[in-house]
Design a protein around this ligand. Structure first.
Ligand code: FE2
Length: 365
């Protein structure tokens, strides 16, 4: 428990005080180049090795951690009152999920798998290999829950069972799901987000595709987006805490608060970036393959309210949050063409962007 007596009134949040007791390093940055290479330290509570990510763009709206399970080992069982989405970076294994009276469910996963242990259920992760470690990324709502209740017994030793989320149903984690309009897929397990079929999302620009994911009746949610070779997405902005994990391709992202200098982060498969609260951000594919990312964030469409679902594909001039190509700073397109030229890739923005050199060339002949 974090008691009032321990409060130093110095402005540190209850969540930050708890983090210190976890005994593993905390990374505070805008960006991490490769999740696979981040050094980890022994993590007593989990029984593995780990590191916390408090990326600057989260603003304690949520957090993330990386955890490793040694070959042939398992983590200690966990139960908590914050939501958690798990993305498998490397390795193969299984997760068991159970409640006090329910039957245990066990499902297997591989690199690229995504799932969420239902809220406050017991869950345990196992490494299925005797020779290779497992490394996964989790995004959680721990900062909100711990800051709100600041009582760790309530958060980690609470007997309440959320029967509206999970009652031990057979096939809960089978990967079967339900499709809704608006590119929405409601499921509890995605076998491989890197290979999942996506649908066209015209409003976000340049041939982009996407699918929205609802997991385990959570208030947090996810989406997968992909954009073609030689293209980039329109800039937009929204609230904090969208953990953008690159799961294929090569390129860069620009981040800037309105009226301030732009920061650039060059990424590849395994990078992660979190755009800060209402900073504009824009993603560019400079590689020879489609670029694909997984975003782990607030904004469930089924359970709205805590944070507004992202209305991100409308023109800022009409009250939306997106900068149309015709209105962006011309330097943005020039920088993109220069980056493509370095990689020997042709710009494919001709049919989308008024300033594209390819378009000018086509009109001249
Ligand atoms: Fe975004």
């Amino acid at each position: 428990m974090i008691t009032g007596k321990e409060a130093d009134l110095g402005g540190e949040s209850s969540y930050q005080k708890w983090l210190k007791t976890e005994g593993i390093p905390i990374i505070r940055d805008f960006f991490i180049k490769d999740l696979r290479k981040v050094p980890l330290e022994p993590w007593e509570r989990k029984g593995g090795r780990g590191v916390y990510l408090n990326l600057i763009g989260t603003g304690e709206a949520n957090d993330a951690y990386i955890c490793e399970i040694a070959p042939g080992k398992s983590l200690k069982p966990q139960k908590h009152l914050f939501e958690e989405m798990v993305y498998i970076i490397e390795g193969r294994g299984a997760t068991s999920v159970w409640t006090k009276n329910g039957k245990k469910q066990t499902f297997e996963w591989q690199p690229g798998s995504l799932f969420a242990p239902p809220l406050n259920t017991w869950h345990q992760l196992f490494n299925g290999s005797g020779s290779e470690p497992v490394r996964y990324l989790a995004v959680t709502s721990a900062p909100v829950v711990i800051n709100l209740f600041h009582n760790l017994d309530f958060v980690f030793a609470n007997g309440f069972e959320f029967g509206d989320r999970f009652t031990g149903e057979e096939e809960y984690f089978s990967g079967k799901g339900k499709a809704y309009a608006g590119r929405l897929w409601d499921t509890n397990f995605v076998p491989d987000v890197r290979g999942m079929a996506l649908q066209e999302w015209r409003e976000r620009g340049a041939g982009g595709k996407n699918i929205m994911l609802e997991l385990s009746e959570n208030s947090m949610a996810a989406h997968i987006s992909e954009f073609p070779v030689g293209t980039y997405k329109k800039a937009h902005r929204h609230g904090p805490g969208a953990h953008v994990v690159i799961i294929g391709g090569k390129g860069y992202s620009l981040l800037w608060p309105e009226g301030s200098p732009i920061q650039r982060f060059d990424w590849e498969d395994g990078s992660i970036v979190v755009p800060p609260d209402h900073w504009f951000h824009q993603h560019f594919n400079t590689g020879r393959e489609p670029a694909r990312y997984l975003a782990l964030r607030w904004g469930s469409k089924k359970f709205q309210g805590l944070r507004k679902a992202y209305g991100v594909d409308e023109d800022v001039k009409k009250g939306g949050s997106q900068i149309e190509y015709r209105d962006e700073d011309p330097k943005i397109h020039q920088e993109f063409e220069a980056a493509l030229a370095k990689n020997g890739v042709r710009c494919a923005m001709g049919s989308y962007h008024p300033l594209c050199a390819e378009k000018a060339l086509a009109q001249a002949v």
